[in-house]
Design a protein around this ligand. Structure first.
Ligand SMILES: Nc1nc(=O)c2c([nH]1)NC[C@@H]1CN(c3ccc(C(=O)N[C@@H](CCC(=O)O)C(=O)O)cc3)C=[N+]21
Length: 297
């Protein structure tokens, strides 16, 4: 047996083509494109690469992107001022603060300043509260992307045992809540969990969101399980080339799992697409009543 790949890249491309069509209609109706502002602080090369991916994707679907690049020593007050201005700016529908920020900045305080209606990352307490309550709202992009990918492959979640490894605000916690919303039985495991192997092996749906290469070995996977790899680890391979790998030992797990996401080409591509989706959703909410898109999930 070999796992079927959950092809995030292909789905992302199909979705981006659909979003581009929607943007065309919206733009014709409302005389301006949806807008996304991305705040980045410092020169972390990984962050710079993600921000470039996001800006490229915006261009593909016709979203105007407003990049705000600050030096590594930018102050909290400067960033808060910029967020305040973007909150007021009618061209801007989505605001994203690229994380992580340099240590001297308080990212939680900053995220709290974003207008919840423009919170493209779904990280404002208001949107997280709506997620906890199971109400429609802006959802964090990676968790929403994982759910969309599972839906595309018609993976049945109801009553299934889902195990999420990792409890970050950006990924682990919101994914666990979305799986719960889809009627899965959800366990959140983390670095302090006893016998991680046994917990992981109980999963029908296993989500790895830690950021550690080789964390998920084949012994940790129930035969036939759905394995979603959210990890992003940049490594230098035996030939001296830099490449991305996830948290799952892909080659070793492929013969055991029923479904498996590749890295790259799995969850990462979906993350960017859900960011576009959220921005367009926020835009369409402003004109609610005229053209409505699907809910934010
Ligand atoms: N406020 C905030 N929101 C985020 O959503 C956020 C963040 N901060 N900080 C960092 C993580 C990481 N992230 C990714 C974005 C794109 C790819 C992506 O495009 N991946 C592709 C290509 C990867 C490549 O080859 O470079 C893939 O996996 O196929 C991955 C990961 C968003 N994040």
């Amino acid at each position: 047996m070999t796992a079927q790949l959950l092809d995030g890249k292909a789905l992302a491309q199909r979705m981006q083509a659909e979003l581009a069509q929607q943007v065309k209609v919206l733009q014709a109706n409302h005389k301006r494109p949806p807008g996304l502002a991305v705040l980045m602080v410092g020169d972390n090369p990984a962050s710079a690469a993600y921000v470039r991916n996001k800006e490229r994707a915006c261009t593909i679907v016709g979203i105007a992107s407003y990049g705000k690049h600050f030096p590594a020593d930018a102050t909290q007050a400067e960033l808060e001022q910029t967020i305040h201005e973007l909150n007021q700016d009618d061209r801007v529908d989505g605001i994203l603060v690229q994380l992580p920020l340099p240590a001297h900045l308080d990212s939680v305080a900053l995220l709290n300043q974003i207008d919840p209606d423009k919170d493209a990352d779904g990280l404002h307490p208001y949107n997280l509260g709506r997620l906890v309550r199971g109400e429609p709202g802006l959802r964090s992009c990676t968790p929403a992307g994982v759910m969309r990918l599972l839906e595309e492959y018609q993976i049945d979640l109801s009553g299934k045992q889902a195990v999420v490894i990792g409890r970050s605000l950006l990924v682990g916690k919101p994914i666990a809540l979305l799986l719960l919303e889809a009627d899965a039985t959800v366990t959140i495991a983390h670095s302090r969990s006893h016998d991680l192997g046994a917990i992981a092996r109980s999963a029908d749906i296993l989500i790895a969101a830690v950021g550690r290469q080789g964390l998920i070995t084949p012994e940790m996977v129930k035969p036939g399980a759905v394995v979603v790899d959210v990890g992003i680890n940049r490594i230098t391979d035996a030939t001296g080339k830099s490449r991305l790998v996830g948290d799952v030992d892909f080659e070793a797990v492929q013969p055991v799992a029923g479904y498996l996401t590749p890295v790259p080409g799995g969850v990462g591509a979906m993350t960017v697409t859900m960011l576009l989706h959220n921005t367009i959703w926020s835009y369409s909410q402003k004109f609610a009543g005229s053209v409505r898109l699907n809910s934010g999930t």
